[in-house]
Design a protein around this ligand. Structure first.
Ligand code: GDP
Ligand code: MG
Length: 203
């Protein structure tokens, strides 16, 4: 059983590196030798982080990227407070797919903050060209009031920093802090009484 303070969903085209990103953040590892496995449906992991003396349990949903699972993906981002919309830094097609997710989230999940994540930056360091150019992506990101993170799960670049900033943004909203406090109170009340479902999703 898990208690989750903040739900985060990973979205993006298949093979952009969503599962690797979760693996890097949660377990601090990258396994290139594993043959590519398409995530079926979605996977879940949680991790506690501490930001400004406040402990926060992040619940992370890693979704499948292909169109085949589009209608199912809605189930996973429902109630998410942050979405990390991923695209592969040198693959224009995956950027177009990211824009699709942004449009969709905007229309259905108003409380969900969007973070744009360029994955596999180690490839650029190896000589691959960013596509679209990073200037174009920055302009797009600011147009949707989103931050852009340039990351690599292979090297670990910017992964922990991105999750930390997402948690910080969440906690900087006083109503979220208040909600957290209330939840802790109700949990401690429940702990004294009969056992009750401890799996909580924040909406
Ligand atoms: P998903 O379908 O979005 O979950 O993508 P995966 O995490 O399964 O990764 C797809 C492929 O990209 C795998 O072969 C990974 O090893 C590779 N990959 C993921 N992240 C990185 C990265 O940061 N750098 C490089 N070079 N390859 C990566
Ligand atoms: Mg996956």
């Amino acid at each position: 059983m898990h208690r989750v303070d903040m739900k985060i969903v990973l979205l993006g085209h298949g093979a952009v590196g969503k599962t690797s990103l979760m693996e890097r953040f949660v377990n601090e590892r990258f396994n290139e030798s594993l043959s590519y496995q398409n995530t079926i449906g979605a996977a879940f992991a949680s991790k506690q982080i501490e930001v400004d003396d406040q402990k926060l349990i992040l619940g992370i949903w890693d979704t499948a990227g292909s169109e085949r699972y589009d209608s199912m993906t809605k189930i996973y981002y429902r109630g998410a407070r942050a979405a990390i919309v991923c695209y592969e830094i040198s693959n224009q097609n995956t950027f177009n797919r990211a824009k699709h997710w942004v449009r969709e989230l905007r229309s259905v999940e108003e409380k969900c903050k969007i973070y744009l994540c360029a994955t596999k930056n180690d490839l650029v360091e190896m000589g691959h060209e960013p596509a679209p150019s990073l200037d174009t992506v920055e302009i797009y990101a600011s147009g949707i009031q989103s931050k852009l993170y340039i990351t690599s799960s292979k090297t670990g670049e910017n992964i922990a920093e991105m999750f930390r900033e997402i948690a910080q943004d969440f906690l900087s909203d006083p109503s979220n802090r208040e909600e957290l406090k209330q939840e802790l109170i109700s949990l401690s009340v429940n702990d004294k009484g009969s056992s009750c479902c401890a799996f909580l999703h924040r909406r």
